[in-house]
Design a protein around this ligand. Structure first.
Ligand SMILES: [Zn+2]
Length: 162
């Protein structure tokens, strides 16, 4: 008898809390499952997709996004996906803190390339050794060339591949 009563009280508390959260989130959240610091880049990804004729709603796709410590060395971000989980993007906190907005975008777009576009790595490079894809693994020999100058071209490659 006692157990049943305790369970019931717990359920009520959970219900009240979750409805409060919903009210708060609906006021300002653009991406409910995403850390606010990542919103600009999630929006930019949707915008760049739209410019190229694609319609990706990262909320509807339930792509989450977190900035937290990734324990493995030299890993700036990860995308976790599978049949039982929604796609989860994680960006390393230390990488985030020391990186420019452009470099942050590069890594967020790379992870969304895995999680949303379901792309694998692509290590192609040009005659000067520059990576031809945002989807390079970072483990190959090619040199990153993501800049304001190359951004459009590399985002074209991200959505259309070669
Ligand atoms: Zn990757």
């Amino acid at each position: 008898m006692k157990t049943i009563r305790i369970t019931f009280i717990c359920c009520t508390v959970v219900f009240i809390c979750s409805s409060c959260n919903k009210d708060v989130e609906s006021v300002e959240a653009q991406f409910q499952l995403v850390d606010q610091e990542l919103w600009t880049h999630y929006s930019a990804f949707e915008l760049e997709a739209e410019k190229r004729g694609f319609d990706f709603n990262l909320n509807a796709l339930q792509i989450s996004g977190r900035i937290e410590e990734i324990p493995e060395e030299n890993v700036a971000g990860s995308c976790l996906f599978g049949s039982h989980i929604h796609n989860e993007v994680t960006i390393d906190r230390e990488f985030w803190n020391r990186s420019s907005p452009l470099l942050r975008e590069f890594v967020v777009f790379h992870e969304l390339g895995h999680c949303v576009l379901l792309r694998d790595h692509d290590e192609s490079f040009d005659s000067q050794g520059r990576c031809l894809s945002i989807m390079r693994s970072g483990l190959s020999q090619c040199r990153d060339a993501y800049s304001h100058h190359t951004r459009d071209q590399l985002i074209d490659e991200l959505f259309f591949q070669r």
